[in-house]
Design a protein around this ligand. Structure first.
Ligand SMILES: Cc1cc2nc3c(=O)[nH]c(=O)nc-3n(C[C@H](O)[C@H](O)[C@H](O)COP(=O)(O)OP(=O)(O)OC[C@H]3O[C@@H](n4cnc5c(N)ncnc54)[C@H](O)[C@@H]3O)c2cc1C
Ligand code: SF4
Length: 485
């Protein structure tokens, strides 16, 4: 039965016997693990939104001829690309964290055009296979994880130059019926909460990197895969039993190291195999798509602005002019991110394969803003929160008959507001700026879809400096013939 509801999704993750390691132990059932469950809840929200608002989170697919979840839709118009951003902002508002499903959405949209282009150049049959794969995903309404980033070893060396050849995922055996891959993908968002993984190369490759030019789909429950869970800050609060201390007990993100230990992939799920010259276009199209997907962070920004405004109310400071001005500054930064991202989507152009690709320059500007502005939003939220955000005693002190009444007397701000409500908001700000969801709001904003320098390189490539110089020279009346030859 295809997955339709959030409950169907939760059921689909059970009994998969994945090899997931966390805190030194093999996790028996990730769905029931208190540290992992909030990340599953965040993905479940993508299904819940599709039920509640099918226009926003669903789309009509010409591929399968069915209405599908927007995260599985191959874009057919500029509006389809724009709608992805609107959906992402809404989900950021609902979860306050990374809801994980966009990496797969951006991977299918970039592989769709790249497989087409490889076939045109080499007479291969990747595009048709890829379409069959996407149709299958759409019909089952699966979650796809996008696995691009390799372990990478020595950053100054190409894949084939590494001391250990497994530092980038590679083909170790080519057979008539498929390939065997080995290696690891690092920092993989939502991988354990997915049903399938789309493996892609992580960087521009040269001819000697042939074995690294591999793109495949692999089921998450393949027995040759091991997942080693990333331990985010403060996740162990989920093991303490308290709710308020967690800040956002319901939702969290997920990253893990995926280890492929000689995983066989049948021919039907191979979408690139040795065509090194197409690694760079794939990385560029994927990152352009994914960098404007980072408007997701404006949904989180809406939450942090709301939390900052609420704590100012609860502290009795909301009427001060500097407080209002700081909230305006936060809104300005947040909308600046959104402006560039949604503009990148509005400027989409059709690819040779027929789907739509966002504007590369504006997507990179969006992501570059994301590497900075959430940190400033976090700083302003911490400013308005006050020091109590980090000196607040634990849930257990509030529950204690000895210390609880003392804390409820002295930690009162605005007399009309309960102390528990005040600490709920303080803990949420802590959660998003220092705690488990600071991964999704801050460090993922920095490095996800590429570290800041990756965007600067792309902006430099795209900025058409000679054209700009010509504009300036024309207006200034520059006469080049006066210059020394
Ligand atoms: C929370 C989170 C979620 C993520 N989710 C995913 C995901 O779902 N799928 C996925 O594929 N990836 C994912 N990533 C990976 C992300 O794309 C990478 O973190 C990013 O590309 C940076 O790579 P790195 O972490 O290996 O850092 P590094 O490459 O080690 O970079 C560290 C610093 O070194 C610099 N540097 C690196 N190499 C060079 C070089 N050759 N020359 C000069 N300077 C260099 C960088 O600019 C940076 O300043 C995620 C990352 C995070 C943090
Ligand atoms: S960081 Fe944002 S765009 Fe990327 S998967 Fe998470 S929510 Fe989606």
């Amino acid at each position: 039965m295809p997955i339709r509801t959030a409950d169907d999704y939760l059921a689909s993750l059970r009994n998969r016997k994945l090899k997931v390691y966390l805190f030194g132990e093999l996790v028996t059932e990730p769905v029931d693990h208190p540290v992992i469950r909030p990340s599953i809840n965040a993905v479940a929200e993508t299904y819940r939104l599709a039920e509640e608002d099918p226009q926003l989170a669903g789309a009509q697919s010409s591929l399968s001829g069915e209405r599908v979840n927007r995260f599985l839709h191959v874009t057919e118009s500029v509006n389809d690309v724009v709608m992805q951003n609107r959906m992402q902002r809404r989900l950021g508002q609902r979860t306050g964290t990374c809801f994980q499903r966009c990496v797969g959405m951006d991977a299918i949209n970039s592989l769709y055009s790249v497989t087409f282009d490889i076939d045109q150049a080499h007479g291969t049959a990747y595009h048709g296979r890829f379409k069959e794969f996407v149709k299958h995903m759409q019909r089952e309404n699966f979650v796809i994880g996008g696995a691009m980033t390799d372990a990478k070893g020595d950053r100054s060396k190409a894949p084939h130059e590494q001391v250990d050849p497994d530092m980038f995922v590679r083909v170790v055996e080519r057979r008539d019926d498929g390939v065997v891959i080995r290696g690891a993908k690092a920092h993989q968002t939502g991988c354990i909460n997915s049903h399938w993984l789309l493996v892609m190369p992580t960087m521009r490759l040269v001819a000697e990197d042939k074995d690294y030019a591999i793109s495949v789909a692999v089921p998450v429950d393949h027995p040759g895969i091991t997942y080693i869970y990333g331990r985010a800050n403060s996740v162990s609060r989920a093991l303490e039993g308290g709710v308020i201390d967690q800040g956002n007990a319901q939702f969290g993100g997920q990253e893990a190291l995926i280890v492929f230990d000689d995983v066989f992939v049948p021919r039907s799920h191979i979408f690139m195999n040795g065509e090194t010259e197409f690694a760079a276009p794939l990385v560029e199209r994927f990152t352009a798509y994914h960098r404007r997907s980072y408007v997701c962070k404006t949904g989180l920004g809406d939450v942090i602005i709301g939390a900052a405004a609420t704590i100012a109310d609860y502290n009795g400071a909301s009427k001060a002019s500097h407080v209002r001005d700081k909230l305006v500054e936060m809104a300005h930064l947040n909308e600046t991110i959104y402006g560039a991202g949604i503009a990148a989507s509005h400027e989409s152009q059709p690819t040779s394969a027929g789907n739509y690709q966002c504007d590369d320059m504006l997507a990179n500007v969006c992501k570059h803003n994301v590497t900075r502005f959430p940190y400033e939003l976090a700083r302003l939220a911490q400013d308005l929160a006050g020091g109590l955000m980090v000196t607040l005693p634990s849930d257990k002190e509030f529950d204690s008959p000895v210390t609880g009444p003392i804390l409820r007397k002295y930690l009162k701000g605005n007399p009309k507001v309960s102390v528990d409500n005040r600490r709920r908001v303080l803990r949420l700000i802590e959660n998003m700026t220092l705690g488990r969801n600071a991964v999704g709001y801050l460090t993922e904003s920095m490095h996800g879809a590429g570290s800041p320098q990756a965007q600067r390189i792309q902006i430099q490539r795209l900025m058409k400096l000679d054209e700009k110089k010509a504009l300036a020279k024309k207006l200034a009346g520059v006469d080049e013939s006066e210059n020394e030859p």
